[in-house]
Design a protein around this ligand. Sequence first.
Ligand code: AMP
Ligand code: GLY
Length: 423
Amino acid sequence: MKVLVIGSGGREHALCWRLARSPSVRALYACPGNPGMAAVATCLEAGGTTPEDFLHAAESVDADLTVVGPEAPLVAGIADCFRAAGRLLVGPSRQAARLEGSKIFAKQFMRRAGIPTAAFRVAANEAEAREALKHFGVPVVLKADGLAAGKGVVVARTRQQAEQAAADLLSGRLVGPAGSQLVVEECLEGEEASFIVLTDGRRVLAFECTQDHKPVNDGDTGPNTGGMGAYCDGRILSAPQREQVLERIILPAIRTMEAEGTLFTGFLYAGLMLTAEGPMVLEFNVRMGDPEAQPLMHTLEGDLAAALASAARGALDESALRWNGRPSVCVVLASEGYPGTPRVGLPISGIERAEGKGAVVFHAGTRRRNGELVTAGGRVLGVTASAADLPGAIDRAYAAVREIHFEGMHYRRDIARKGLKRW
Ligand code: AMP
Ligand code: GLY
């Protein structure tokens, strides 16, 4: 198979790295890719970022299968565009991608499907927001309806903060037009987890559970980021919890999508809060997680391309992939300034030494300048390592991190620490 991966971040490098090890892959392409992906795939220039631009890229190499990393092309209808052109792509249609593209759609969908989630109300202006807030105590959560790259959620500690956040979101100051409508919801308590499955719309292949670290600083403090690290560990969920997630969340979601005529194919990602009343959904995403993909791809066994193609064809081979049972930890190395405006263009050293310590270094925001590798984004690298147990995986990942340097580099020192209580 000739396989094309769309995207240019750490998640896409991890997908490429695993696909390069797939027996059924004859040629691997990335569009637009990054220097890390270029080591395992041929990078294609993107003429733009519309579904048609990506279709042209797929046609230029006659790709047999296209895998989409980020949400934006899916929400824009890339799956419909490829399907109309008769080209195989793994990912949901534009209609099905509303599960991520509209928080209001997602919440109303969960209500219809009976999926456990926080109580909520919708508001389209400040008066409606004030009215909605009367139904909740504090803390309370406000969410922009549209795609906001993780910046559209505010957990307000006081009523005044909540009203201010509503005004900032609705006016477009915080996230632009994505905030023109809001979800106001109950604040849930517990540990968060990411549960991701591959589905053909009827059958599911569940990946091992992962945990992301969104706040920029140790101890979950500071502003939210796209994710400062993630780990994959079979102990995050007990066997009964895993069963609950499948039976009460994933299967009802997939069956309700099918019943409503919007068959969901591709990766379905449930962002969970593990509350005292059981797992509840904070959000759905319609793609692999970033950085969750890095530890997941690192420890996956089997033919990923064959599994993805079977899902895209509507005949998922549920036994195509296995987890090797080894916990895996990914530490993100970020640029000075991130999650604000990052400083970029700084030389990066030590990747080979880090890989010599048994880690895999996934590129997220890098580029080549006259042959030299330099920083090119907020999240620069994802240093990923696994071991027989979680403490060993953490030690190995951080030993590798210590080999890497760029000016202003920062990272969290406590990735996966929450998981240690389960060992
Ligand atoms: P989301 O993009 O919906 O996952 O929200 C981003 C982050 O906000 C989540 O990872 C949580 O940390 C937090 N969050 C979202 N919804 C809630 C909620 N209902 N209760 C508590 N925290 C939440
Ligand atoms: N790691 C969070 C996300 O991919 O949305």
